[in-house]
Design a protein around this ligand. Structure first.
Ligand SMILES: Nc1ncnc2c1ncn2[C@@H]1O[C@H](COP(=O)(O)OP(=O)(O)O)[C@@H](O)[C@H]1O
Ligand SMILES: [Mg+2]
Length: 271
């Protein structure tokens, strides 16, 4: 499904490798009790890989993403991008949240340009702002304000805002969670189209199993608190994937079983 229809810029922007080693993270709750959000998390992500982090609410998905983003620091362990320790936010790691977080007083063009402006390179890259607006299917809305866009359109704008910085890694925290089912599927295909053309490493957080198995090369399943990696599922199904393909349902069943959301039903005669 091509909504925008615009060609993805073909310049090569290789994805980065992420290495998470022995990461622990805890917080204090309002009573002063320790909440262990992540316990000994180890994960190696290859350049250009599409990873989905999947797990129930509160299992530490956002915490892990924030550590990779450099928005927080771990208590123990290390997080690296292409071998370099991550010590703070950087435009090479783009972020997209569930809430598009656009500035309401700026037009879409200015919202998309915000990162380039902050880096002082907007004048040289102005043409790319419109390229990326076209890429995500928002041509004609350059001068609109966020309140004039639907949820899906606003999320496209925040995607363009991240991509215009040519990130090596795109970190997406339940980016499609607020969208209706049809827009959501359309956006999943848009995201795959952009990813396939650009090779950006993707770390996509979701609690939707179907979304994870449709999108990912590997699905990293996390357990409830303390957040640990329970198992990593290699999807291994060629794209474009058919959402009704039996092979996907098999993996879905294995993940559900792992998450203990379904109990294996034993026929009575086995009892
Ligand atoms: N800044 C914080 N202060 C205190 N506790 C936090 C903070 N951020 C996250 N937590 C706790 O850490 C756990 C994991 O949170 P989070 O990473 O947001 O989970 P998820 O994204 O998987 O829903 C939760 O129990 C949450 O309450
Ligand atoms: Mg979260």
């Amino acid at each position: 499904m091509v909504v925008g229809g615009a060609a993805v810029p073909q310049t090569a922007f290789p994805g980065g490798a992420i290495s998470v080693k022995g990461v622990h993270k805890h917080f204090l709750d309002p009573q002063g009790n320790t909440v262990v959000a992540l316990e000994n998390v180890n994960l190696e992500i290859q350049p250009g890989e599409f990873i989905c982090l999947l797990g129930p609410s509160g299992c530490g998905k956002s915490t892990l993403l924030r550590l990779i983003a450099g928005l927080d620091v771990s208590g123990q362990g290390e997080v690296r991008l292409d071998g370099e320790e991550i010590s703070g936010p950087h435009f090479s790691r783009g972020l997209v949240f569930q809430d598009p977080t656009l500035f309401p007083w700026l037009t879409i063009r200015k919202n998309v340009a915000v990162g380039l402006e902050a880096r002082g390179i907007l004048a040289a890259k102005q043409h790319e702002v419109d390229d990326y607006i076209r890429l995500v299917g928002l041509e004609g809305f350059e001068n609109s304000y966020p309140y004039q866009l639907s949820g899906g359109m606003a999320q496209r704008a925040s995607l363009a805002r991240a991509l215009v910085n040519h990130p090596k890694v795109l970190l997406l925290d339940e980016p499609l969670g607020a969208l209706d089912a049809f827009t959501r599927m359309q956006m999943q295909d848009e995201l795959l189209r952009i990813w396939e053309a650009r090779g950006t490493t993707m770390v996509f957080v979701t609690h939707d199993i179907d979304e994870a198995i449709y999108l990912a090369d590997r699905v990293v399943v996390m357990t409830p608190r303390p957040g640990k990696i329970a198992q990593i599922f290699e999807i291994g199904i060629a794209r474009p994937r058919n959402r009704s393909y039996a092979g996907l349902f098999e993996i879905r069943a294995r993940i559900l079983e792992l998450l203990h959301l379904v109990e294996r039903q034993k026929p009575e005669y086995y009892l």
